[in-house]
Ligand binder design. Sequence first.
Ligand code: HEC
Ligand code: HEC
Ligand code: HEC
Ligand code: HEC
Ligand code: HEC
Length: 410
Amino acid sequence: MACSPRPLFLLLVVAFLLLLSGAEAQQQWTEAEQLEFLRRHWSRPVAPQGRPPARFTPLEVSLLPESCGTCHPAQLADWKESLHAKSMGPGVKGQLVEMLGSDPESALACYTCHAPLSEQQEKISGRKGGFVPNPVFDAKLQARGLACAACHVRGHQRFGPPTRDGLLLSELPRERLPHNGVVRTPAFLGAEFCKDCHQFPPDGFALNGKLLENTYEEWKAGPFGRSGVHCQECHMPDRRHLWRGIHDAEMVRSGLTLAFSTDKQRYAPGDTVMATLTITNSKVGHYFPTYVTPRVVVSGELVDRSGRMLAGSRREKVIAREVTLDLSRELFDTRLAPGETLTFQYRRRLTGAGLTLRIAVTVYPDHFYAGFFESLLASGAGKGTAQIRAALRTARSSSFTVFVQEIPLT
Ligand code: HEC
Ligand code: HEC
Ligand code: HEC
Ligand code: HEC
Ligand code: HEC
């Protein structure tokens, strides 16, 4: 009598129910459902959040990143350092002040990527055509650029990735969590999440038959896309919110493999030096670089004992997709596709003693913008002048060296 079948049966029922709830937690999102989610999530402008749930405190209602940061300090600290936080910087704002008056349609088009929430846009399409002031506009939120809420909040509901254990449900029921918890979807983990702003549509603006922004397609066709290493794995490692790219020396180095050699150990005056630097795009998930705005210069030059460059000794190769400032033409495209290698050879007869060869790779992340802001100021930036000047200073001073080697030759 010690072992009645009833408790065993109950146990089985409980186990079965647990399994079911587990199955709910693991409810699958098919690929089609994820794409449909992203289509709605990224329809622009993001619809106004509307009335918040009655139980929300002012802190939970607020869309400002610093409000989110009260409870999510790690993400706030990272995001603040990122370029996403600077997407409404002076280079953008300085152009928009004039454009909002003269051509509001184009100005609003910029917001689709730079400040996509309705609450960030001072004008909206009027019912009778034209543009009217936006009643929910929040200038402070606009200044925050690509804010947390742009990626995570719709209709005051939070959306986010599955937990790190891959679960879709939280430990506590949603109604007992701040901001009613979160809807979790694997759509946050895929490259498609980034695509809306980092890839032009197939009929988007192109030069020389190539879209001006093609990052997602470059990724998809390359080895990382084919093996399922998504943008987040390189740009949000360990879920960090830094999005480092061409403006960060460590990040650029992480994507490249460099090898340097000379044909001899020592040279005498009169000898010819032959040095070779190869640069392989080994771990950039797309073209190096992906956009038309940066310029990478590979250079070799001879310097004398006092560190002065020998006149006429400098040789350069440029890695870039260079376009004219008015975007009417592509001048050349020497970017490195994933896996591709550039070989830079430096060959020169040594005319004297005490010479050093200096080989360097220098990145100008804002090369295009420096020229563009200059020409904008020359033609008149109107009310945006002070901001464009500030943006020009930043663009001119953002260069850095990712590789430099000095080899005493004689
Ligand atoms: C009052 C504190 C509080 C505020 C303010 C807050 N959150 Fe949260 N948030 C939480 C807590 C607690 C969780 C964990 C919920 C869970 O376990 O499911 C969470 C979960 C999340 C998640 C899911 C990821 C995870 O860690 O599991 C996202 C995304 C998120 N919040 C975004 C935001 C954004 C964006 C804002 C600002 C617009 C914000 N939160 C404001 C407390 C807060
Ligand atoms: C709503 C649009 C939007 C989305 C979504 C978006 N980005 Fe961005 N991203 C931008 C804009 C705009 C900038 C440029 C900001 C600036 O400098 O003004 C940027 C900049 C970047 C940079 C820095 C580039 C540099 O020059 O160094 C990286 C890296 C990046 N994004 C990666 C991502 C990844 C990865 C995702 C997906 C997880 C993503 N972005 C999603 C709009 C977006
Ligand atoms: C499809 C998304 C998208 C749209 C639309 C867009 N941008 Fe950008 N913008 C980006 C990305 C991504 C970057 C960073 C990469 C780069 O430098 O090209 C960027 C960079 C910039 C920069 C340089 C960084 C900075 O903050 O100073 C300026 C200036 C800029 N955009 C202005 C504009 C203006 C003005 C418009 C509207 C006419 C516009 N953008 C429309 C995605 C977009
Ligand atoms: C450009 C879009 C974007 C912006 C802006 C953004 N996030 Fe995220 N966030 C993501 C993505 C994508 C993930 C999932 C990343 C992954 O799994 O690699 C994520 C993950 C998270 C998580 C879960 C982290 C974890 O460890 O599980 C939290 C919490 C979060 N974000 C909060 C914030 C807060 C707070 C801000 C603003 C300070 C913010 N996010 C800004 C796209 C964004
Ligand atoms: C295997 C790692 C890896 C993957 C995957 C990856 N990237 Fe990058 N990305 C890099 C590295 C390294 C750089 C810095 C070198 C450079 O700028 O090309 C970079 C630079 C960038 C930049 C700076 C702008 C520029 O002109 O280069 C943007 C924007 C960017 N990535 C977006 C994305 C997006 C969007 C995806 C997904 C579709 C993605 N990346 C996938 C490694 C990766």
